[in-house]
Design a protein. Structure first.
Lengths: 290, 349
């Protein structure tokens, strides 16, 4: 290689090195403060290319994005003396990197300070409300209030708290057991109710049909008796009309028929030869003169 | 035609020969005597070409100049100023990401296997009951102009943000619902409300994500009380069963009774009709007889009498006693012995 290229390459290296000493870029997702001999002199919150004095100034970068804060679940006492295991999370960002750097130095410091701030505010706010309000009616309001207060407090550390939310709110083990017991008894009550209702309905249906059966057959019996009565009456009338024509003759015919029907084999009859039928056994009458 | 006795030329040897020839050509001209500007030009050219980039169809390009966003690029080829002036980031934006809550897919299968994560799944309902709820959230980078930029630069760890926000949203929505609602017809509404709330939270964070869908998987009572809940269901079925059995009883008994009633009435009607017919038959017969009797009273009377006697007497044991004798004898007559005699024999006596 030609020797005259060496200075050119050296110059190039010097330019690159020098460039890095005086220029710095702040990317879209970061912000920076420039520190001159340990003294912060400038805050850079817009991304782009910036220049600084070489050697005596250096740049500290901080995240500009929304950051997560997630605490370990903590016990909180509600207004109605219920223990609640609250796992809340928060989203925050470094609003003022200079202030942030001065007060908490770095993100880990910020997190632990947030922990103190948010936990005390959460505990205080949840303590002012009943479990029902926290879980249900006023959750949004309560958490909005917590967010507001946390944000106000965190401003001292150059932090903006955009949102604090309850991720989980569970009952501690013992209370949980109570809830399970209550749920179970409630279900048992429901089950009993359903079975009793079934019994009730079934009894109604059965007795109703029994009733219907009774009425139906009784009505039928009544109808049958009436019909039979009518038939009997009709028959009586027919007999009366017919036999009334000659009662004597009826008596004769009917009596004779009754003889035929009532006399069975072996009936013993003691008769007198004087009777009408046997009178010829004794003597023959002369024909009557007419 | 190649001579079969000659070996074919060895390719390695051939390449070696080419190298040798090239080396020979340069070596006699002396070391590195080509134009230095050529190197500079080629170097600059290569440097300039390093700014060419290609955005895949599922990606979106974000071009940064000194770390600041200057433009977004659609899929396809593009060019940016070479490093250190500009650079390009290519997040996958069409990809639909999925997060699971209350369970994890252990293996996709088939058959897929899942593992419950109860601490995540157990939630308090509005009426202070506990329900076991599993759901998934599918989300993707917003398609709008700023979606990719927001996704890349506004929030650190967007996935974790989605997880936190989803859990918070679901629990908040469930806190507004009673357990029975959550277990039954309220699911659809809960799903919609939670999705809406989640989207609202994400929009507040400007994380550049869009919730594609939030779906409830299983909503069950907790394992500790599931027996009791199952018993309620079987109680409901018991209720239905009891009612059905009763209806069956009614369906059995009432028609039978109707049949019985009809039978009773028919029997009565039959009886009645028969009675009347019999009566009028007998009456007719009597009238006919009587009419003839009218014509010859004595004869008929006698005839009827004698005919009857004729029929009646043969079947009887008869003892003829004179009136006078009868008065004395009857008390001593061994009636029982007389009765024992057969009619024929009795006749002979």
């Amino acid at each position: 290689m030609d020797r005259r290229w060496i200075p050119i390459l050296l110059l190039l290296a010097a330019v690159v090195a020098g460039w890095n000493l005086v220029a710095y870029t702040v990317p879209q997702w970061e912000q920076a403060i420039v520190v001159q001999l340990g003294e912060p002199v400038r805050t850079v919150q817009e991304p782009g290319l910036y220049f600084k004095l070489p050697l005596i100034q250096n740049v500290l970068y901080f995240d500009r994005r929304l950051l997560a804060y997630d605490s370990a679940p903590k016990e909180v006492l509600t207004k109605d003396k219920q223990q609640l295991l609250v796992d809340n999370f928060s989203r925050w960002r470094i609003r003022d990197p200079l202030q942030f750097y001065r007060t908490v130095h770095n993100e880990a410091g910020g997190q632990s300070r947030l922990d103190d701030v948010i936990y005390s505010i959460v505990r205080e706010n949840l303590g002012r409300h009943t479990l029902r309000e926290i879980m249900n009616e006023k959750r949004t309001e309560v958490m909005a209030e917590v967010t507001k207060e946390s944000d106000a407090k965190a401003r001292d550390y150059g932090i903006e708290v955009t949102d604090v939310r309850i991720k989980r709110a569970d009952l501690p083990e013992k209370n949980e057991q109570n809830v399970f017991n209550r749920m179970r008894t409630e279900r048992e009550r429901l089950a009993k109710k359903f079975r009793a209702e079934g019994d009730e309905e079934a009894r109604k249906i059965r007795s109703e049909s029994d009733k219907e059966v009774q009425i139906l057959t009784a009505e039928a019996r009544k109808q049958a008796e009436i019909t039979r009565g009518k038939g009997d009456a009709q028959a009586v009338k027919i007999f009366a009309d017919a036999y009334g024509r000659d009662l004597d003759f009826y008596q004769l015919v009917r009596t004779l028929e009754a003889y035929r029907n009532s006399v069975t084999d072996g009936t013993t009859l003691i008769l007198s030869p004087n009777s009408e039928f046997f009178r010829y056994l004794k003597q023959l009458d002369r024909p009557k003169e007419r | 035609m190649p001579n079969p006795n000659e070996f074919p030329p060895d390719p390695l040897v051939e390449i070696q020969k080419i190298f040798d020839r090239v080396r020979d050509r340069f070596s006699h001209r002396g070391p590195a005597r080509f134009n230095p500007w050529l190197i500079v030009v080629i170097g600059l050219l290569l440097y300039a070409l390093s700014g060419i980039y290609i955005i895949a169809p599922d990606e979106r390009g974000i071009v940064l100049r000194f770390g600041r966003v200057v433009r977004e690029a659609e899929p396809g080829p593009g060019y940016h100023l070479p490093w250190p002036f500009e650079e390009v980031m290519k997040p996958a934006v069409t990809q639909i990401r999925k997060e699971e809550f209350g369970f994890r897919t252990v293996s996709v299968g088939p058959p897929a296997r899942y593992r419950d994560v109860d601490p995540e799944a157990l939630m308090l309902t509005g009426d202070e009951n506990i329900v076991k709820l599993q759901f998934i959230v599918q989300f993707k980078v917003k398609t709008g102009a700023t979606g990719a930029t927001e996704f890349l630069f506004n929030v650190r760890d967007p996935e974790a943000t989605v997880r936190d926000a989803s859990e918070a949203a679901m629990r908040e929505v469930l806190g507004r619902n009673a357990i029975d609602n959550a277990l039954t017809e309220g699911k659809e509404q809960i799903q919609q409300d939670a999705q809406k709330l989640l989207q609202h939270i994400l929009d507040e964070y400007q994380v550049g994500l869009e919730v594609v869908t939030l779906k409830l998987q299983d909503v069950d009572p907790p394992d500790q009380v599931s027996d009791a809940f199952k018993d309620v269901i079987s109680a409901q079925q018991d209720k239905e069963r009891l009612i059905n059995e009763a209806r069956g009883y009614a369906n059995d008994v009432v028609p039978k009774a109707r049949g019985q009633a009809a039978q009773l009435i028919n029997e009565a009607e039959g009886y009645s009709a028969a009675k009347i017919q019999d009566a009028s038959g007998a009456a007719q017969r009597f009238i006919a007889l009587q009419q003839e009797y009218e014509k010859a009273k004595d004869v008929t009377r006698l005839r009827l009498y004698i005919e009857t006697m004729e029929q009646v007497l043969p079947r009887m044991n008869k003892i003829l006693l004179d009136d006078v004798a009868g008065k004395q004898v009857v008390p001593y007559l061994p009636l029982d012995q007389v009765i024992k005699l057969k009619p024929a024999e009795a006749g002979k006596q």
